[in-house]
Design a protein. Structure first.
Lengths: 315, 296
């Protein structure tokens, strides 16, 4: 018998171990994958895994549904690109700058809406995402509009880039694990499950939401910035609502409120979307249907199903 | 003189926005959720109108009711299949109503966009106008026939809706359920049927808005995104859940957008909605007619 107060720690540790196993498996993929095109695909799937982790911290653990993760990735990518284009700032500074700038955008949006209850966050982030994309696309002089901008790259070696992305994924995962293990993680879940109860226990609900939102935004900013330097082209397409939909479906199908669920969902959904592309671009139809079915019938997602089985066997 | 023209055109666009936003406000009024697939109701209406008129060769005046029926049908289906679990208590995320609603309606929006894209194709269509009168001047105001007719139709629709809600038994049921769902059902009102009715009206209005605008905007699968974003701004400005607030806010947004795009910047006219949203959230988060929504 394990002491009951350790139940959450126990589950989190199990989740983290599973996530590390999944990452290790992803890290071995280049051994069986040939050609730069296939390598590019698994690289992008890691990019989406980072975004899914970031969004999951906000939606799955804090219960706040932002509809702008892709827009924040776009803003992060543009931050690095603009710094590079106008001031030739080296990437070693440009990528951290993307983290800071997206966190600041998150802070501004959060100040506006996070003290309101109800669907204001989703509404405002959706409006923000669409309008930010159009504004960037229309600013022909400043951002070269829909043509996109050229960005410097860290290295031309795709395999090296793959491991850079994987490293970023591990760092993000470790940070989130560390957050969740401590007081802040418990506060976040208290805010998700019962905001009024949390407030009455002296938790500053707005502050916790704000912290979660800013961290989530800056994770998306980091992912976007890295992706921009990989593809060497930054365009408003990064912020399309379809991309947000992809991220949302990764987390909902993979498993809300779980580290390994988000990573598993991110990788599986992206690989699945590349596979379904062969059947005539039906991937978004399939995923949108799956999101509705999962939200309705399988709230734990894929990871919830697997974890129930694994943990059932252990006890 | 330009100001008159802008005012008139802004009011006309305001009427189209109002048709969209009223449905959103009504849904929020009863379920306290936002329908993120509302722009796709608009898109379905526009497509039904265009395809019925072009492919079947029917008069546009008959295609208009077809669009209304398709929107109402879609609204009915959405309520029946996706929303009903939420308040009948057997949804898996029943305890997280808002979250379930965001995920499901957003998923639905993606599904509809991609389905239409796949079935009809990603190209935009040019909708047939209701009336074949090109530009004409009415005093200082320049109008096209389609715009004038569409504006008249949408004003008539809004007057009809106002009368329906104020006078008819069903309208009174809608008001009652919006005020207090439990109380209304204690008084013998079928709250589930009323919610269904609200979704049908909301879908019908959005679809009609799409059909009326189809000759002006050339529908493509993602056409619904901006009307939807604008109606989100409108419902926040008007006060979430307030129908009259939504009507007034739509007119305000239409007119101020018209002036903004001419006097300040045409390229960034869509960003104007975000500015309004920010100002409202900063200074009057409950909107013009809303109840205070600030937490705790």
């Amino acid at each position: 018998m394990k002491p009951i107060h350790n139940l959450w720690q126990e589950r989190l540790r199990f989740d983290m171990r599973a996530a590390l196993v999944i990452i290790a498996l992803i890290g071995l993929l280049p051994a069986v994958v040939y050609g730069p095109y296939a390598l590019g695909i698994i690289l992008v799937s890691v990019y989406f895994a980072i975004l899914a982790l970031g969004w999951n911290l906000l939606a799955g653990y804090t219960g706040q549904f932002s509809l702008a993760p892709a827009a924040f990735a776009m803003i992060g990518a543009y931050t690095t690109a603009l710094l590079d284009h106008y001031w030739q700032v080296p990437l070693a500074l440009g990528i951290p700058a993307a983290i800071v700038v997206t966190a600041l955008f998150g802070l501004m949006l959060g100040k506006l809406v996070l003290n309101l209850s109800g669907p204001y966050l989703s509404l405002t982030t959706l409006a923000f995402a669409e309008i930010a994309r159009v504004v960037i696309g229309n600013s022909h002089e400043f951002t070269r509009g829909d043509q996109g901008m050229h960005v410097a790259t860290l290295t031309d070696n795709r395999l090296a880039y793959y491991y850079i992305f994987l490293f970023a994924l591990v760092v993000v995962l470790a940070c989130i694990y560390w957050l969740l293990k401590g007081k802040l993680g418990r506060f976040m879940m208290a805010v998700r499950d019962d905001p009024v109860g949390a407030e009455s226990r002296g938790i500053n609900v707005v502050r916790i939401k704000m912290i979660a939102f800013c961290i989530s935004c800056s994770i998306c900013g980091l992912a976007g910035s890295l992706y921009g330097t990989f593809s060497q082209l930054v365009s408003p397409e990064l912020g399309l609502l379809q991309q947000t939909g992809l991220i949302l479906s990764m987390v909902v199908i993979g498993g809300m409120g779980s580290l390994s669920g988000a990573i598993l969902g991110g990788v599986l959904i992206y690989l699945g979307s590349e596979w379904l592309r062969g059947f005539g671009d039906i991937q978004m139809i399939v995923f949108a249907l799956l999101v509705i079915v999962f939200a309705r019938y399988i709230p734990g997602g894929l990871w919830g199903m697997v974890a129930a089985r694994l943990q059932g066997r252990r006890s | 003189m330009l100001a008159f023209d802008l005012l008139a055109n802004g009011l006309i666009y305001g009427c189209f926005y109002a048709l969209m936003a009223i449905g959103l406000a009504m849904i929020f009024g009863v379920l306290k959720i936002v329908n993120f697939a509302h722009g796709e109701f608009f898109m379905i209406g526009a497509y039904t109108y265009v395809l019925v008129a072009l492919k079947l060769g029917v008069s546009p005046w008959l295609a208009l009711p077809c669009a209304a029926v398709s929107g109402a049908l879609l609204g009915w289906l959405v309520e029946r299949l996706l929303m009903r679990p939420m308040y009948q208590g057997y949804a898996s995320w029943g305890f997280m109503k808002d979250e379930y609603a965001v995920v499901v309606t957003f998923g639905l929006s993606l599904l509809l966009i991609n389905l239409v894209d796949k079935i009809v194709g990603p190209y935009s269509f040019r909708g047939p106008p209701l009336i074949d009168v090109s530009r004409f001047a009415l005093g200082p105001i320049m109008l096209t026939g389609q715009k004038a007719i569409a504006a008249v139709v949408s004003v008539l629709l809004m007057i009809g809706l106002a009368l329906f809600i104020k006078r008819s038994v069903w309208g009174k049921q809608i008001q009652a359920v919006a005020q207090n769902r439990l109380g209304a059902s204690l008084a013998g009102i079928d709250a589930t049927r009323t919610t269904s009715l609200i979704f049908m009206i909301s879908g019908m209005l959005a679809a009609l808005s799409g059909a009326l605008l189809a000759p002006l905007v050339n529908p493509s699968p993602d056409i619904g995104a901006f009307p939807a974003v604008k109606s989100y701004v409108i419902v926040v400005l008007g006060g979430m859940g307030s129908i009259w607030g939504a009507m007034l806010a739509a007119l305000i947004l239409g007119v101020s957008e018209a002036f903004f795009s001419v006097y300040i910047s045409y390229d960034y006219r869509d960003a104007f909605g975000l500015i309004i949203l920010v100002v409202v959230l900063l200074f009057r988060p409950q909107g013009l007619f809303g109840e205070k929504g600030r937490e705790l």
